[in-house]
Write a protein that binds this ligand. Structure first.
Ligand code: TRP
Ligand code: ZN
Length: 885
């Protein structure tokens, strides 16, 4: 087979408005397992802003054209060309046209899970980014907005539930047949990526919601038969999201119904189709017996995220896919704010920054680095990244920090008012904030254009005689692929000055040096700048980048004593947490290097002290203390080391710190564990979850140190637990720290939950994460287990994704067997589901920072993939970028 011709990359600078617009779409879909027939009538008209005499080109993907008529008449053979990927009308008359296209697709054979497919018998669709073209020929680009009417027909027996976008219009049996139909109409013009339909045997729960202006909306959640009793939390999250969006952003819902469908086979988390969100069932279904606290928190966030897209994404959509962050970064920011208001704001911020550092920072520092708004892509599916989502949210957060809450809200209000119904750009978005507040955001816009995590360095100086404290702040944005040289960015640094008694001193720098932002926020716009604070009676300790106000890598001359002091006294809870983490990370980096050099690491005395004082302070939120006790992850340590990383040494250093903490703190860990083990029915609320998190973190350290009967307590907790959070935490402790006790526990867990795929995912993921050489064989064995399937993305991510991304010692085995296994899986998976394969391949993103032996083996695995013929564009794009440079 010849090598695939490399498709040309798409470039932002080449954007042209569409030549033809679509006003209306009438779809008639006859669902059938293998031969679904789609009749699609388009009301087209030439775009006044398009090229005159342009042909009409519609996108397709693996389509076959069954019929084509223009204004009701057949077309002569020479008037058009149809291929699986394109339908061209060479010289259509330049006037409004009615084009009718008929295609047939096979939903059962659709293993890519893009377009129309079947998931456990349910017909469903996924059209973002470019899946609609797998259903019918269409100008598949987000700036073509149309009003859709969808008629769906199916066997009554097969699909008693038929759902579409918008509002239900009519439904009924088809007389004389075993079939029935439903018609849906969506009055809001939308791009085709927001199209969806569903047909299946589904159970549902419904509840009414009355909007701020008094309209009643019927909310529905549809799930596989027998699972409706696990939807209560999702429904509750939805209602709270709807109310919150009215209160926080003035956004009200705009249809008579809002439906959510949970499916078992889904490439990502969920999808915001207008009025018909489709979810990975992992983010809908929850009961105390099957879902952990983390699952509940994810459900709340993702339900909110998809709902919030109704305004940021759907009412205002993206002009082109380069603008993806316009909807995703903004909507992540909105869901973060929602969860902060529903739960503990500081704890949510800590969790979000942890995610940013663990996922986005490595991306930004490796071969796959790209700007929040990329300017070129070969496969858009590969740009649903931590950079676009998480860093995109940080950029919106900085805007709020710089403009203040009122300025930010004024900008958002203007955005909704000015761009409702538009396919907008990042420039449109920024112009709203500039216009609403009279701020020049030209330099700020670099956050969208320049990749790489800025490095900010702070040097402090103290003039005791004159009472002047000074910060010298410098910035450097490192080179990234395609961007060797960077300009200085606007960096809002929230700064506190903490006095010797632990109280904040006024942090107002000498006149004129603060910039426009709120009090306490220093704005760095230059490569370097001094900020001087006068009239200080004693040397303060600088608390820098409070609340992580800027997504940067910060280094400073703060001493270990300063950090200890901040860990105890900082009024900013994020920085109290961060000071302790910085101390721990410093220790772990030194310990890792010591392990590699065969030297005994130094004693973690001050870390034990910091942990002990956090445990002793019962006025603190337990969820916060749990975060403070969490030892930085192996990937945090590896990132901090940066080059020549030996994952075994990292693992050993981390383990020895955890043992030391567990051993030294055993009495207080035991008493905290016992104090928080309050009996009573499970409740998923944040306070209860926080108590469980702290209690289980204590148990984890005890078990690691084999102190305080940790292992026996974990076994007891495993047996006695009445909820999945405790039971699974106990199982994890046993799996990681008790090689003998874990096997019967793993076997018991499987027997208990063998009929519950989402719980079995936890079982698969846990086994894949055990840091011992036998794990690779175990994982290989589990790929043949009846519970595993290469066709289900959740199973694949749980087993193989966990191994590749959450088991650094085994993924990066020095003999290369981990790399080879993941590479083999990527190649196998690529033939079935390229999107999921490409995401798994991204696990190699930090390969260059490994020590030489492992680096060579990673490179060999990547080269082997690159040398394969017939790679998907998805995998080919990731492997090419991973190896470049
Ligand atoms: N827009 C979806 C979200 O943020 C993301 C998404 C869901 C997606 N399914 C997809 C993106 C498939 C690409 C392909 O919430
Ligand atoms: Zn989204």
């Amino acid at each position: 087979m010849p090598r695939q011709a490399e498709p040309q990359p798409v470039r932002l600078v080449d954007y042209r408005p569409p030549d033809w617009l679509v006003d209306t779409v009438h779809l008639d879909v006859r669902l059938d397992p293998a031969q679904t027939r789609i009749r699609c009538r388009l009301g087209l008209r030439p775009n006044p802003a398009g090229r005159p005499d342009a042909p009409l080109i519609l996108d397709g993907d693996e389509l076959t054209l069954e019929r084509l008529t223009l204004d009701g008449a057949d077309l002569p053979a020479g008037a058009y060309d149809a291929s699986p990927s394109r339908l061209t009308l060479h010289a259509p008359p330049r006037r409004p046209l009615s084009l009718e296209v008929e295609t047939v697709v096979d939903p059962s054979a659709n293993t890519k899970l893009m377009g129309l497919y079947r998931s456990s018998g349910t017909y469903c669709t996924q059209c973002e980014a470019e899946g609609f073209r797998r259903i019918t020929y269409f100008p598949d680009r987000p700036d073509v907005l149309a009003v859709y009417t969808t008629r769906i027909e199916a066997e009554m027996e097969d699909a008693p539930v038929l759902l579409g976008n918008g509002n239900p219009v009519e439904a009924g049996p088809i007389p004389g047949t075993s079939r029935h139909y439903a018609v849906w109409h969506d009055p809001w013009p939308k791009p085709c990526y927001l199209f969806a339909l569903v047909g299946g045997r589904l159970d549902r729960i419904t509840e009414p919601f009355v909007t701020a202006s008094g309209r009643t909306v019927e909310l529905g959640i549809y799930v596989e038969a027998g699972k409706a009793d696990r939807t209560a939390y999702a429904m509750d999250s939805l209602k709270r999201s709807m109310r919150w969006d009215e209160e926080a952003f003035g956004c009200e819902y705009d249809l008579d119904v809002f439906n959510i469908v949970a499916v078992a086979d889904f490439n990502m988390g969920a999808m915001e189709n207008k009025g018909l969100n489709v979810f990975n069932d992992k983010y809908v279904l929850a009961s105390p017996e099957t879902a952990t606290d983390a699952d509940y928190a994810n459900i709340e966030t993702i339900i909110a995220h998809e709902y919030f897209h109704n305004w940021t994404g759907n009412r205002i959509t993206c002009r082109d896919w380069f603008q993806l962050c316009l909807k995703e970064g903004l909507t992540v920011f909105r869901d973060q704010e929602f969860s902060s208001d529903q739960r503990s704001r500081p704890v949510k911020r800590i969790a979000d920054v942890r995610l940013l550092k663990s996922h986005q920072f490595p991306e930004d520092g490796g071969p796959l680095a790209h700007p929040v708004r990329p300017d070129t892509y070969r496969e858009i599916n590969n740009f649903y990244t931590a950079t676009v989502y998480e860093k995109g949210a940080e950029v919106v957060r900085m805007l709020k920090t710089l403009l203040g809450p009122q300025g930010f809200r004024a900008g958002m209000d203007l955005y909704f008012e000015r761009h409702d119904g538009d396919a907008a750009t990042v420039e449109d978005f920024l112009a709203c904030f500039a216009d609403a507040t009279g701020t020049d955001l030209t330099q700020f816009a670099l956050w969208y254009a320049q990749a790489g995590t800025p490095e900010v360095k702070v040097d402090t100086s103290w003039d005791a005689e004159r009472g002047i404290f000074e910060l010298l702040v410098t910035q450097n944005v490192p080179p990234t692929p395609g961007q060797p040289v960077k300009k200085p960015m606007v960096i809002p640094l929230s700064v506190g000055l903490v006095g010797p008694d632990g109280a904040d001193l006024p942090a107002v720098p000498e006149e004129g040096s603060a910039g426009a932002a709120a009090p306490g926020v220093l704005v760095l716009r230059e490569p370097a700048r001094r900020f001087a604070f006068h009239g200080m009676t004693a040397r303060p300790v600088a608390s820098l980048n409070r609340g992580f106000s800027a997504p940067v890598r910060l280094s400073s001359d703060l001493s270990a004593n300063d950090l200890m002091f901040l860990a105890r006294h900082d009024s900013d809870p994020f920085n109290r947490f961060d000071a302790a983490q910085t101390l721990a990370l410093g220790h772990l980096v030194a310990a890792t290097l010591a392990v590699r050099a065969g030297i005994k690491p130094s004693e973690p005395g001050s870390l034990i002290e910091a942990a002990s004082s956090a445990l002793a302070d019962t006025s603190l939120d337990p969820a916060f203390v749990a975060q403070a006790l969490a030892v930085p992850s192996e990937s945090d340590i590896s990132r901090e080391i940066g080059r020549d990383v030996d994952p075994d040494a990292v693992h050993a250093a981390r383990r020895s710190l955890r043992r030391a903490l567990g051993a030294a703190l055993a009495p207080v860990l035991v008493s905290t564990y016992e104090r928080l083990a309050i009996p009573g029915p499970y409740s998923p609320d944040a306070a209860s979850a926080g108590r469980r998190a702290l209690k289980n973190t204590c148990l984890d350290l005890l078990a690691e140190a084999h102190a305080g009967d940790g292992i026996a307590r974990a076994e007891a907790l495993y047996r006695a637990a009445d909820n999945m959070t405790d039971r699974f935490f106990a199982l994890s402790i046993l799996a990681h720290t008790a090689p003998v006790e874990r096997e019967p526990a793993l076997a018991d867990f499987y027997e208990r939950y063998r009929n519950d795929p989402l719980v079995i995912d936890k079982w698969l993921a846990l086994q894949a994460q055990i840091a011992e050489p036998q794990t690779l064989e175990r994982v290989r064995g589990l790929t043949a287990h009846p519970a595993f399937s290469m066709g289900n993305p959740n199973r694949v991510r749980s087993l193989i994704g966990s191994f590749a991304t959450a088991n650094l010692t085994q993924m990066h085995r020095p003999d290369g067997a981990g790399h080879a296994f993941v590479a083999d899986t990527v190649l196998t998976l690529d033939r079935r589901n390229p999107q999921v394969a490409a995401r798994m391949l991204a696990a190699f993103k930090s390969w260059r920072s490994l020590e030489p032996v492992r680096r060579a083996s990673a490179e060999a695995a990547l080269n082997r993939i690159a040398g394969q013929e017939g790679l998907s564009p998805d995998v080919s794009d990731i492997v090419t970028r991973s190896l470049a440079g």
